[in-house]
Design a protein. Structure first.
Length: 402
């Protein structure tokens, strides 16, 4: 047993999956409130990886795997983007033989290994009473597993895709939308100067929220999303028409990375998978651009329309958080502490219909959160549609799970 125990208790916090702006503010909120309530706080480094790499020896240097958190440390980091605790896509229940830590290699020799017993021992060795993981559905699906194993877990939803079930909002989404709108508007000058189509590929493996909201806000004429396979002929026809109506002679489409051609499947950059079984997406923006240019003469009096093709990628997840991704993580962190102070666990802190709340953590694995195509997406016009904004939440499209 490590020497982190105090009379009040020890809280562990980690960040997993992709980085987003807002993680450091969440860590700051949890730490400052917890310290002032009399808890010790341990930052677990590199997501779930830190919890499988620990060597349970009193004098061993585990500084790469965890660190005590102080108010001074989190105040300094809390204004910045990314996560100072670092992150990984490690899944302790599915660790490849080649990725098993050296000190465990003699015990775990299967091609895929469940290292959950080691995670549980390490949590006990650290004296962690409550665990606060911050992540998307992959990271939090393993948090559900730990909760089922008896760990006291309170989870915070994070992903720029905004697709964690049970909550209308995930940390990182607002900054992603803000960056997408800014970059689309910046690239308009080039698209207009050369009278071209502007194709912007954005994040969104299974859910198209990061393409829908900027389009609804006027950043693009059209968007194609994973929830509906699109017809490239129809997209070309629409973009040619949009271009013709624009005095600057250009049009814009946002392409979710998980979007699929009618009759096709997702486009992958490579066939290898991460620890959660996901292949790396990449290339749909390139293919859409190629096809648009090829087909454009059919709808443009025989004349070719050239394309500016830009993958926004990590540019929308880098840098400082915007106002919403500074405020919501602060509230989520304090919500997590409210639950812990009430000795409540097994919960996911959420925003539902504009109000902060919490739900059973099992909601993360009980459903999928995707765009409701019937309600929000016009499959003929290939763009968002809506009938009324009355009583809608801030970001319009909600989680259907309640």
């Amino acid at each position: 047993m490590n020497n982190f125990n105090t009379a009040k208790g020890v809280i562990g916090i980690l960040t997993g999956g992709g980085d987003v702006p807002g993680l450091n503010p969440a860590i700051r909120a949890v730490t400052i409130r917890a310290l002032r309530e009399g808890y010790r706080v341990i930052g677990l480094r590199r997501g779930w990886a830190g919890l499988i790499d620990i060597i349970r020896e009193k004098d061993y240097d585990n500084s790469d795997n965890f660190q005590p958190l102080s108010e001074e440390l989190v105040n300094r980091a809390g204004r910045t983007g990314g996560t100072f605790l670092h992150t990984s896509r490690t899944n302790p229940s599915q660790v490849k033989k080649s990725h098993v830590p050296a000190h465990l290699a003699g015990t775990y020799q299967a091609e895929k290994n469940d290292l959950t017993p080691e995670v549980l021992k390490n949590l006990e060795w650290l004296g962690i009473d409550y665990l606060i993981p911050i992540g998307g559905d992959d990271t939090l699906s393993y948090a559900v597993r730990l909760y089922q194993e008896g760990v006291k877990v309170v989870a915070i939803p994070k992903t720029m895709d905004n697709d964690v079930p049970g909550t209308d909002y995930c940390v990182g989404f607002s900054t992603c939308v803000t960056r997408t709108i800014q970059m689309a508007n910046s690239l308009r000058t080039t698209a207009g100067s050369h009278e071209r189509f502007l194709v912007l590929e954005v994040f969104g493996r299974y859910a198209g929220f990061t393409a829908m909201l900027p389009t609804m806000a006027g950043a693009a004429n059209r968007c194609v999303i994973p929830e509906h396979k699109f017809n490239i002929e129809r997209l070309t026809e629409l973009l040619v028409a949009d271009r013709g109506k624009n005095p600057s002679r250009y049009s814009v489409v946002l392409v979710s990375e998980g979007a699929m051609f009618e009759g096709g499947e997702m486009i992958f950059e490579k066939e290898t998978t991460d620890a959660f079984g996901h292949k790396k997406l990449g290339g749909i923006g390139d293919l859409v651009s190629e096809k648009l240019q090829e087909i454009s003469p059919r709808y443009n009096n025989g004349m070719l329309v050239h394309v500016i093709n830009q993958k926004l990628g990590y540019l929308v997840r880098g840098g400082d958080p915007d106002a919403i991704d500074s405020i919501v993580p602060m509230a989520y962190g304090n919500l997590a502490l409210d639950l812990i102070l009430s000795r409540v666990h097994g919960r996911l802190v959420v925003l539902k219909n504009g109000r902060y709340d919490d739900m059973p953590i099992e909601v993360v694995t009980a459903s999928k959160k995707v765009v409701n195509v019937k309600e929000h997406y016009n499959i003929d016009r290939l763009r968002p549609h809506y009938k009324s904004f009355e009583t809608k939440p801030l970001f319009i499209m909600t989680s259907d799970f309640s």
